[in-house]
Design a binder for this molecule. Sequence first.
Ligand code: PLP
Ligand code: COI
Length: 356
Amino acid sequence: MNIRVLPLPEESRKQKYTDETQLGFGKIFTDRMFIAEWKSGQGWVDARIEPYAPFSLDPACLVLHYAQEIFEGLKAYKWKDGTIALFRPEMNARRFNLSADRICMPEVPEELFLSGIEELVRLERDWIPSSAGTSLYIRPTMIAVEPVLGVKPSDHFYFYVILSPVGAYYAGGFNPVKIMVEDKYVRAVPGGTGEAKTGGNYASSLKAGLEAKKKGFDQVLWLDGVERRYIEEVGAMNMFFAYGNRIVTAPLDGSILNGITRNSVLSLASDLGFTVDERKTDIATILADIRSGSITEAFGSGTAAVITPVGALCFKDENCQIGNGGVGNLTQKLYDTLTGIQTGSIPDRFGWVKKL
Ligand code: PLP
Ligand code: COI
């Protein structure tokens, strides 16, 4: 599909950030955005790149009432030699369409998803930061805009992409976070929407996150929604536990997000000689193994979170420090290897990097 590029008037050009170390996460946005519309009977129409600006939405539109919405998250990197690279964007395209199917939204052709992102990032390349730990976060989103109060799938959607220059997701940067194991609220159940990247999952997680913050924790670790025993994932990342040379993570059973970083970590860890084990693990086992020292490290993985060391877990008011509470060797190695591939300092033997 042809993508029209609309002019960017002088008044739509923003002041660029001056200090790359102060970006934070998702607070500033670039000058332009990509948008295409889907209309029942017509399919995808009017793909365009236009100045970044607020939408005018009918107060009755479906996304505002029944949360028919999905999104993705990926990053573009500026290498030392000036190359611009995306990390596994076709995986995001595929996952976006799995989410779309679950929430009864139209499929976005992979070609439209990728070319919209690529064209936009090329135009906005001057916004990509290049210091260590920074990147351009890409947020593809689809919302239902039909104004009607009956509960039904919309007949009109916006698929749009916005860009945000970012630093670390957690304020502490690459430093161990403290996670509270959630035993009151649940995030997802089999048959629910846990595997889809849809706003409702995040809305329903806010209360648990807030209560954990009040107690001094960074995020919560969700347990399975039925037996409330098995570890699932953290608010914005998949979770790994290392037993020496073996790393354990929850299996993809439909209630956690199929993380692209998770998938990359499993490949990297195998490649580095570690055994990877996707298995259901009881929280009681995890705590016993932390106490006994057989769990040597823990970390989370995600596009925003990259590889985040986890220094301690707290369950029912028992605080369990993991290892020495610092950054473990494996965590550091995975962080260095993954970010090295993403930023071009380590050769990409996996074919993950897409240069623009
Ligand atoms: N789990 C949840 C709930 C997330 O929001 C994210 C972030 O996208 C992840 C896991 C990690 O997924 P990915 O590595 O694809 O970013
Ligand atoms: C991402 O890592 O891309 C995410 O979507 C996490 C987000 C909720 C900040």
